[in-house]
Design a protein around this ligand. Structure first.
Ligand code: DER
Length: 229
């Protein structure tokens, strides 16, 4: 939609410079960015990108964005990626598109991360969007019980923890893991919860991205955008 287009395409002029090594985000807003990047490359922009999912990899190949890997480059200058929710401090819930693990690794390898979001993603408090938690398939039911115990101790009484499926099949991430979506409603201390969740044996990563986004580009249905620190 137009708000996602406005946000994703604005990132090029606002942040991308010749010679940059880029993290390429996942999701529909990021894919507008990748398409616009392909056009800029066709006009001579010299960049390389590390994709945050096989879906983004395939789109980058289709539109002609040269790809590299985090094995080949030490650091990335900039990652452009979307979010499912973002609060006024830039804390995010990510993982709606099942790509949160590679997204987190690529963002961590980047000097700067800019979130590209449509205006519907901006919230006062995170948590209305179910929190994705990536778990290894081995004994995931046991891991889910451990997550429930942690959340119970934190005051989330009887949390609704759902294994993510699509079309009746369990969703498997690019790394071969499963996702448990935690319907928490409202998360008071995202930074604390982030660390506590990842400590649980069997949890690989979770969708709380706090202290990662440096700026955000908010797109509006009018096709305009706004950049916020
Ligand atoms: O999964 C993610 O974290 C993606 O960034 C995604 O959820 C963003 O969604 P979008 O398709 O609305 O850009």
């Amino acid at each position: 939609d137009k708000a996602k287009w406005a946000s994703g395409t604005a990132a090029i002029e606002a942040y991308v410079r010749d010679g940059m090594k880029l993290g390429l985000g996942s999701g529909t807003t990021s894919h507008w960015f990748v398409r616009a990047l392909g056009e800029a490359v066709a006009q001579g922009l010299d960049v390389v990108g590390v994709p945050t999912s096989t879906g983004t990899r395939d789109l980058a190949l289709e539109v002609g964005v040269p790809l590299t890997t985090l094995a080949a480059v030490e650091r990335l200058d900039l990652t452009i990626d979307g979010a499912d929710e973002i609060d006024h401090d830039g804390a995010m819930i990510k993982g709606g598109g099942a790509c949160l693990l590679w997204e987190r690794i690529v963002a961590d390898a980047s000097d700067r991360m800019v979130a590209v979001v449509d205006d519907s993603k901006l919230v006062d408090t995170l948590g209305a969007f179910p929190l994705p938690i990536e778990v290894v398939p081995f004994s995931w039911e046991s891991t889910r019980r451990s997550i429930a115990r942690l959340l119970g101790r934190l005051g989330y009484a009887d949390p609704d923890l759902r294994l993510r499926t699509a079309g009746g099949e369990t969703v498997v991430t690019d790394s071969g893991n499963y996702l448990i979506d935690a319907h928490l409603g409202s998360i008071e201390d995202p930074t604390a919860l982030d660390g506590q969740l990842n400590w649980i044996p069997g949890v690989v990563e979770n969708g709380l991205f706090t202290g990662i986004a440096d700026e955000m580009i908010i797109g509006f249905p009018s096709g305009e955008h706004e950049i916020r620190d």
